[in-house]
Design a protein around this ligand. Structure first.
Ligand SMILES: [Zn+2]
Length: 365
């Protein structure tokens, strides 16, 4: 993890500023924060913040493995570290991270749930599933809005939302349109009383969101790269034609200086120098159009919604495989199972010989 959120872009890869998140969160909680070095943060924490984060009041945080090794007194912060989880929890308490509870009319399992499953999913090469159990649970999804900048000779800034289902710890952006159909309240005692669903932890959710970001920006970044490439080619062409012309002129002058040996030699030395100058200018243009990608979390919303947890038995050849599905009561929609290999949602349910759920393309059917 490199803090500062900056790195040269070689393909659609980027860094997210974890350090920035800590800096903002700690300052918002009254801490005195300083950045004494690269990927290093020094903070004087109010005692209640220190207690919430389980840190001493005077603390150094490192956001890079090597920096942590060089500063053994510093605590390394990385995705997956419990400290990050506690910091996200701190943000939640202070309202820096919004929490929205879905407003629902019923907390009952729909009576036609089996029909809904059969309508939405296609079970490939296995018998229709048997519903074993259905219970309503309180589930969460976290929406991370990433402010992302493509920086080159031009600058382009966009917000990319990544929705992560905390029950599975995976990106579920296909559910983003569902949010438009929902109403939210600040709390609901009925939902609060439900059994909580599995939860991957906020740090894992953050990690999943970060992993999904390159996919979310690919198209825009590709278009940006193509535009910069086009400008680069244009400038390089103009430059090449200018230098070609210059070389021709020098050669013509050499030709005319046959009688004057000294001047001729001086002009001949100009040729390689002009060539070198040309290469240097081309390199300048390349660096002008080099692309950097910066990304940071702009805002986070935790959505709380009731879901029906469904356990199905799938009979496949001689095997019986249990499968868990969720029906989102706030969206009135069945969630799609995620392929174990590509993590993409799929309406076709296929099991390989080991009883693992794969999408048909990963299964090679
Ligand atoms: Zn797949």
């Amino acid at each position: 993890m490199t803090a500062g959120g900056k790195q040269e872009n070689r393909g659609p890869k980027q860094e997210i500023s974890l350090q920035r998140y800590f800096l903002d969160t700690l300052e918002a909680h009254g801490a005195v924060v300083d950045t004494p070095g690269y990927a290093l943060l020094e903070a004087l924490l109010p005692s209640e913040v220190a207690a919430a984060l389980e840190l001493p009041e005077e603390v150094q945080l490192a956001f890079d493995y090597e920096v942590a090794c060089e500063n053994p007194e510093a605590e390394l912060v990385a995705y997956g570290s419990p400290l990050l989880d506690r910091a996200v929890g701190l943000g939640l308490k202070a309202g820096r991270i919004a929490r929205k509870v879905a407003a629902v009319s019923t907390l009952n399992v729909p009576s036609d749930i089996s029909a809904k499953i059969k309508k939405r999913l296609e079970f490939v090469r296995c018998r229709p599933p048997v519903l074993r159990s259905a219970g309503v649970v309180r589930s969460e999804a976290v929406l991370f809005n990433f402010r992302t900048r493509f920086i080159s000779d031009e600058k382009q800034e966009n917000i990319y939302p990544i929705l992560v289902d905390t029950a599975v710890g995976q990106e579920v952006n296909y559910q983003l349109p569902w949010l438009q159909t929902m109403f939210f309240v600040t709390g609901d005692p009925g939902i609060a009383a439900l059994t909580p669903a599995d939860h991957c932890g906020y740090a894992k959710a953050y990690e999943a969101a970060k992993e999904a970001l390159p996919g979310a920006i690919t198209q825009d970044l590709g278009e940006f790269q193509a535009r910069m490439q086009h400008f680069l080619q244009d400038e390089a062409k103009r430059l090449a034609s200018f230098y070609r012309q210059t070389m021709v002129e020098i050669r013509q002058r050499i030709h005319r200086q046959d009688a004057n040996e000294e001047r001729r030699q001086r002009l001949e030395k100009k040729l390689p120098a002009t060539q070198a100058d040309f290469y240097k200018r081309v390199e300048d243009i390349r660096s002008k159009y080099r692309i950097m990608v910066e990304a940071e979390v702009d805002s986070v919303t935790v959505y709380v919604w009731p879901k029906v947890k469904l356990t199905l038995d799938i009979e496949h050849k001689n095997m019986r495989t249990p499968m868990t599905l969720y029906y989102n009561l706030a969206a009135g929609a069945l969630e799609l199972p995620l392929c174990l290999a590509c993590h993409r949602p799929n309406t076709a349910v296929y099991f390989d010989s080991r009883g693992r759920f794969l999408c048909p393309s990963c299964a090679g059917t």
